[in-house]
Design a protein around this ligand. Structure first.
Ligand SMILES: Cc1cc2nc3c(=O)[nH]c(=O)nc-3n(C[C@H](O)[C@H](O)[C@H](O)COP(=O)(O)OP(=O)(O)OC[C@H]3O[C@@H](n4cnc5c(N)ncnc54)[C@H](O)[C@@H]3O)c2cc1C
Length: 495
């Protein structure tokens, strides 16, 4: 059970819950060419002693690596020869509560694109013999999906060039972030290679790129609440759990924060399911699969992604926000009203039939085949060339008060249209979820000693004992645990 933290100067701070979210700082080493210095980020000290203290208590630890590209002086880039990459013409805020009349709030700056070429690659290759990555000085595993430029040259040797984005670091910053050129080669090599890139012939390097190597805690050691299995009240969140990136870190901070507070307030654990949110997929993957390389949350990792849509995030998650007192009553009521409107509209669209003489003219005008007698709105809406808003209004449907209201609510209209167009797929996904949920929620005690369950395969005993899944659903997703192992576990749990 956690008691609190002891800080460097000796003070003790007591708390019933502690969240460790120290990012890339634990025993962090920065590498550029032959030089390695201690530090979690340029100009910032590493954090020492935390890993060692936790290892003493029985935690496993590993080493990962990330990197950052050089920063350039804005005025030294020849912008005239580079292609601008403007942001979205009509950017959308994350929240309905954002006042869109003033959105975006700040002036928008363009990024620009350029490319490496064969001469750039040849210069970079000259530095490989001093590269901390290739000479074995970096032991940590880097992010597969965000490789350094030297990694890209080696792994994709057939590619003659790689795309680079020049990103302004801020409205009031004179620095440019050379996205795509993350590197730990020596500063001299970085500069020489950069000068062969179109637009960067005279670029001034404000700061070279570098790699950071840091300790993490393989995440099978935390529960879905992000509480550690070893020490109650201790939570790990963010890059210390082996993830990479802003969103992954923010999502874990939110969940660890909610659960730490809930623990102190005596409230129930808060866990999102894989079928409810990407956060559910992220944390479940971490807990059941652990990770040996920086984990990135891709949509492709979610088996229920047809349900995890941006347009229905409010319907999926707003109720939890309201439960925690984070959503005001008015917004909560609006969401409820919209949910009812969507439900009522779906019902009408599935039952209301339109006559051929009322719709064929419209169908033909869209290049869609005419119908013989009648067809429901929902079936017609499934045709890719047909839009729901055009069907409403044909054959007297426009006078239906529910559908009239739907036409005036773009968000609800879009959701009804998506639900109708992909009805078959969505239904199938929902059935799969229901089937899985029967097991998903069947809890396994954390204290279960798998080594005593001789009927399980050796591999299953070892993996289950190491990961300690919280439920049968989780156990079934651990690689090496077979359906027959799951049946054995089910029998045991029923007993
Ligand atoms: C230059 C740069 C560019 C990036 N670009 C992107 C990007 O484009 N997209 C993306 O998704 N991600 C990007 N990342 C990665 C992203 O910033 C991190 O993945 C994310 O911030 C990790 O969040 P975290 O909360 O785990 O750790 P951090 O944000 O690193 O926070 C850790 C904090 O803990 C503090 N700390 C550490 N040890 C101690 C201690 N012992 N006591 C007290 N405090 C301590 C540190 O000072 C720091 O403030 C970038 C990172 C950098 C450095």
């Amino acid at each position: 059970m956690v008691k609190g933290v002891k800080i460097k100067r000796g003070d003790e701070i007591y708390s019933r819950a502690v969240i460790l979210s120290s990012g890339t700082f634990l025993n962090a080493l920065m590498h550029t060419g032959l030089s390695s210095t201690s530090g979690g980020r340029y100009g910032e000290m590493p954090s020492t002693g935390v890993t060692e203290a936790l290892v003493k208590l029985g935690f496993e630890t590993g080493r990962l690596k990330t990197g950052t590209p050089p920063r350039l002086a804005k005025d030294s880039v020849n912008w005239d020869v580079l292609d601008p990459q403007p942001g979205d013409e009509n950017p959308q805020p994350f929240s309905y509560q954002t006042d869109v009349s003033e959105f975006p709030f700040l002036p928008q700056l363009n990024c620009h694109i350029t490319y490496t070429n064969q001469s750039v690659h040849a210069i970079l290759e000259k530095g490989f013999n001093e590269s901390p990555l290739f000479t074995g000085r970096i032991k940590g595993v880097g992010p597969r999906y965000c490789p350094s430029i030297e990694d890209k040259i080696v792994r994709f040797a057939d590619k003659g060039r790689h795309q680079l984005f020049l990103e302004p670091e801020g409205l009031n910053s004179d620095q440019i972030y050379l996205n795509g050129f993350s590197t730990s080669l020596s500063a001299e090599i970085q500069l020489e290679a950069m000068h062969k890139i179109k637009g960067l012939e005279n670029a001034e390097m404000v700061r070279p790129g570098y790699a950071v190597e840091y300790d993490f805690f393989p995440p099978h050691q935390v529960d879905n609440t992000l509480e550690t299995k070893l020490i109650k009240g201790l939570y790990f969140a963010g890059q210390v759990n082996g993830t990479s990136g802003y969103e992954e870190a923010a999502a874990q901070g939110l969940i660890a924060g909610i659960n730490a507070a809930s623990k102190i307030q005596g409230r129930a654990d808060f866990v999102l399911k894989r079928s409810e949110a990407y956060i559910g997929v992220l944390i479940d993957d971490l807990v059941t699969k652990s990770t040996e390389e920086p984990y990135r949350m891709f949509t492709s990792r979610a088996e229920h992604r047809l349900l995890l849509r941006q347009d229905n995030a409010d319907l999926r998650l707003m109720k939890y926000g309201a439960g925690f007192g984070l959503i005001d009553q008015k917004l909560s009521d609006n969401i409820k009203e919209r949910e009812e409107l969507i439900g009522a509209s779906l019902e009408i669209c599935r039952s209301k039939k339109l006559y051929a003489k009322a719709v064929n003219h419209h169908l033909e005008s869209k290049g869609s085949s005419p119908i013989d007698s009648t067809e429901t709105i929902s079936k017609l809406c499934r045709r890719p060339e047909i839009e729901l808003k055009d069907l409403i209004g044909l054959d007297g449907t426009g006078s239906d008060p529910v559908l009239l209201k739907l036409l005036n609510d773009d968000v609800a209209l879009r959701q009804v249209e998506i639900e109708l167009k992909y009805e078959g797929y969505i239904k199938r996904q929902q059935e799969t979820i229901e089937k899985l949920e029967k097991y998903e929620d069947l809890k396994i005690p954390l204290t279960l000693n798998y080594l005593t369950l001789n009927a399980l395969s050796l591999e299953a005993r070892e993996k289950l004992g190491r990961i300690k899944p919280r439920s049968i659903g989780q156990a079934s997703r651990i690689s090496g645990v077979s359906p027959s192992d799951i049946s054995i576990l089910l029998v045991y749990l029923k007993k």
